[in-house]
Structure formats: C-alpha cells, structure tokens
Ligand binder design. Structure first.
Ligand SMILES: Nc1ncnc2c1ncn2[C@@H]1O[C@H](COP(=O)(O)OP(=O)(O)OP(=O)(O)O)[C@@H](O)[C@H]1O
Length: 233
C-alpha cells in the first residue's frame, strides 16, 4: 500500500489544526508519530481512517481517493476506544464477524493473536468490568486481528503496564512483517526507538521532522526536536 497526502489540512471554525504539505507512507513500514499535546496527531490518523474528515487537500491510497472499498483496508485503534457491552472475546472478533470472515479463520487468528497478550482471565469478562489497561489490550487485539494493509494506532500502550507494553510492541512489530503498514502515535520516545522504521515529529499541526528512526532520534535537524531529544532522561 502507498498513502500520499498533499496540502491536506483540517480546520475548526477557520482555525487550522492540521497542515500537511507532503507526506508519504509506504508498504511494510512502521511509522511512529511523536509530538506535543494538541499538535494534530490524532486529527491526522482520524482523518486518514475516515473517523474525521480533512477540510481540503489530496489524500491518495494506492493513487485512488479513499472510498468505501479502500476503508476496508484501513483499521484504527482510537485514543479512547469504545468497547461493545459484551465479553472481551466477542469484542475482539466483532470486526471479523462484521467482515464475514469464516469461523475457521477466526479461530486460527484468535489463537495466533491471543498468544501475544495474556488475556486468558479476561476472555469471558464483560467489557464494562475491564480496567483501563485491560480495555487497551482488547482494543489493540480487536484492531490487529483484522490484518488490514494499513493500521493506525493512537497511543495503544499509554495505559498498559511494562510487560504488556513490551508484548504489545512485539505484536505490533509482527503485524508489519511483510506488507502491512503501521502508523502509531506515542509520547514514549523509547518506544519509538524500539519499534519504528520511520519517526515523524509534529508541532502546531505540521510535520516538523520526518526520517529514519536513528536520524530523527539521534541527529534531528529541527531545533525544537533537537531540544526535546536532549531532554530525554
Ligand atoms: N472538534 C474540535 N473542535 C475544535 N478543535 C478541535 C476539535 N477536535 C480537536 N481540536 C483541536 O485540534 C488540535 C489537535 O488535536 P489532536 O487531538 O489532533 O492533538 P494530538 O496531537 O493528538 O494531542 P494529544 O497528544 O494531546 O493527544 C487541538 O488544539 C484540539 O483542541
């Protein structure tokens, strides 16, 4: 898959909160988006996924405008995931059932994906009883199991404990193996170092730095990114 944005922007009441000159995402790579609060990270992924809409500009997926058919190739775990009032397991497979995936295929994917995150005790629990980190694990599995060509993850591990975070990262890396592309938002620079191929840095709606992980994290060009990287503890 290839996703190209050009002059894509989002405005609320005339105020531009997202302003992308040119941005391209390519097949089989993990892109990590870092940046300050309110810099437009969620707006960007929500607009790509169709949860929100760009106010203008060009957004091409494999050289086509994003339409209903293409949306099936894109999945998103939003920042505050909504879980259905059902068991964890039913939440995880809900998207697959909606897409009419066969029972055998669902069983095979469940076995594969549940091996990454230990949710044995949560499987039959109703979502309303889950803790914040537990909800995040179910929401991540529900998104990952769809195996879409493009997966967008908005701070997927923000509420997870240390072990779950590392396991989630192993899952995320396995998802990208081969052709799938992952765009993930995080505030954890070390997480970016562990999983990214490319890192993007956003500020005030703009991408102020983008490049290979080592370049952006160790030798950035933008002054703000330089300052922030020097603040790392
Ligand atoms: N519906 C809305 N109406 C007006 N402003 C909005 C709306 N939704 C988002 N914004 C503004 O758009 C800007 C970008 O928000 P966004 O959620 O994309 O930031 P973010 O980089 O994901 O932040 P965080 O790191 O805090 O999650 C913010 O200033 C926010 O207040």
């Amino acid at each position: 898959m290839n996703l190209k944005l050009e002059n894509a922007y989002k405005e609320y009441s005339g105020v531009r909160v997202l302003d992308i000159d040119k941005l391209e995402f390519t097949e089989g790579k993990i892109y990590v988006i870092l940046g300050s609060n309110g810099s437009g990270k969620s707006t960007l992924v929500n607009c790509i996924a169709g949860f929100n809409s760009f106010s203008g500009g060009s957004v091409l997926y494999n050289n086509e405008c994003i339409n209903y058919k293409i949306r099936n190739s894109i999945s998103i775990m939003v920042q505050k995931p909504y879980l259905f009032n059902d068991t964890s397991l039913n939440n995880i497979v809900s998207g697959l059932k909606f897409r009419k995936i066969s029972k055998n295929e669902i069983a095979e994917r469940l076995e594969r994906y549940l091996s990454y995150l230990d949710i044995n005790e949560l499987k039959h629990k109703k979502s309303k009883w889950l803790s914040g980190g537990e909800r995040a694990k179910i929401a991540l599995l529900r998104t990952a199991i769809l195996e879409t060509d493009l997966t967008l993850l908005d701070e997927p591990t923000a509420s997870m404990d240390i072990e779950s975070t590392i396991n989630a990262e192993i899952l995320i890396k396995s998802m990208s193996g081969g052709k799938r592309t992952i765009i993930i938002i995080t505030h954890d620079v070390y997480q970016a170092g562990r999983i990214a191929d490319y890192v993007l840095f956003m500020d005030k709606g703009k991408v102020i730095e983008m490049g290979l992980k080592d370049k952006v994290l160790k030798n950035p060009e933008n002054n703000l990114v330089k300052q922030l990287m020097n603040m790392k503890i």
